[in-house]
Design a protein around this ligand. Structure first.
Ligand code: ACO
Length: 161
């Protein structure tokens, strides 16, 4: 059987159009310029996924600095085109961000997901994310307008004695 490779590529000015096209297809929300500025600024935390040579998915993150100086990762979007779901692309994208976060000693990753999006909620739970809050009327143009805050705490390596 022919082996198809799933590979990840960074997002740059030259290919940011790929991310824009995916978002129009995948999400009912229009993302503003700040989304793309944040995504590019996050560096390796934002990736496109290729199935063979076709761009089929992406994860886009924003790095947030807390008052105490610690950085946390906010997953702005994670999506895979419908015909390519269930093939491990979403897993590859999320694992990439989890591994990168743990390498950089980041202890918290969180995101918002619409309360009726069972597929995505179950997907995140498989990776150890938990529902930590519910925000009523988070979205303005979609129904239901409510979202869950879904969070994963990464364990920090113990400091060497
Ligand atoms: N049917 C049933 N279970 C599925 C399916 C499916 N079609 N697809 C994925 N799963 C489950 C399975 O449990 C699977 O694990 P397994 O392969 O060990 O059985 C697991 O999810 C992982 O599957 P992947 O193939 O790695 O995930 P996929 O590439 O399908 O991506 C994603 C998952 C991103 C949630 C995808 O369904 C998607 O793009 N959905 C629409 C967009 C969306 O809702 N994104 C999240 C919104 S929240 C946010 O963006 C912050």
């Amino acid at each position: 059987m022919k082996q198809v490779t799933i590979s990840l590529d960074g997002v740059r000015d030259k290919n940011v159009m790929q991310l824009k096209k995916l978002n129009v297809t995948l999400f009912p929300v229009r993302y503003n310029d700040k989304y793309y500025v944040d995504a590019l600024a996050s560096g390796d935390f934002t990736k496109l996924a290729y199935y063979s040579d076709i761009c089929v998915g992406a994860i886009a993150c924003r790095l947030e600095k807390r008052d105490d100086g610690a950085v946390r990762v906010y997953i702005m979007t994670l999506g895979v085109l419908a015909p390519y779901r269930g093939l491990g692309v979403g897993t590859k994208l999320l694992n990439h961000v989890l591994e990168l976060s743990s390498k950089q000693n980041i202890s918290e990753i969180y995101l918002h997901v619409q309360t009726n999006n069972d597929e995505a909620i179950n997907f995140y739970k498989k990776f150890g994310f938990e529902i930590t809050d519910t925000i009523q009327n988070y979205y303005t143009n979609i129904s239901p307008p409510d979202c869950y805050v879904v969070t994963k705490h990464l364990s920090q390596p113990q400091p060497k004695k």
